[in-house]
Design a protein around this ligand. Structure first.
Ligand code: CO
Length: 137
């Protein structure tokens, strides 16, 4: 179950607009747009960097997972997402190797992509996502 590339690196932020300004105008990255994911409790913004992207995540409300993360660890790096060809097969492969899963089966994330998270207890504290892009990105 090969990992093809880093799909995105996600960063938890408190003020999406300020951070968009930094990534777009200070770093000069290519802004790809933003999206509100109500069911995940986040507003996101994407920037293309070569073959991968940076994803900013701002919590929509105080009980969202991103808000809890920021309260505990502060704003900053949140997760790394790896692109895989067959998400369920990759999850099964991880489970067979003793890795705990947050998501035992794929769910729909931003851009309609299929995503699933591995449990950070099994990944030495680095929240790790597997991602299968669906169509247009
Ligand atoms: Co992600």
């Amino acid at each position: 179950m090969p990992i093809r590339k880093i799909a995105h690196i996600a960063i938890a932020v408190l003020d999406l607009n300020k951070q968009i300004d930094f990534y777009k105008n200070t770093l000069g990255l290519e802004f790809m747009g933003q999206e509100t994911l109500v069911d995940q409790g986040v507003k996101t913004a994407f920037f293309q960097v070569g073959d991968t992207s940076i994803e900013l995540l701002e919590p929509l409300e105080k009980d969202s997972a991103i808000h809890k993360f920021i309260e505990k660890r502060g704003p900053g790096l949140h997760h790394i997402a790896y692109e895989v060809d067959d998400l369920q097969a990759s999850l099964d492969d991880m489970q067979s190797k003793g890795v705990s899963l947050v998501d035992k089966s794929p769910r729909t994330g931003g851009h309609g992509n299929q995503i699933a998270f591995l449990h950070p207890h099994s990944t030495f504290g680095v929240l790790t996502e597997f991602c299968k892009p669906m169509g247009h990105r």
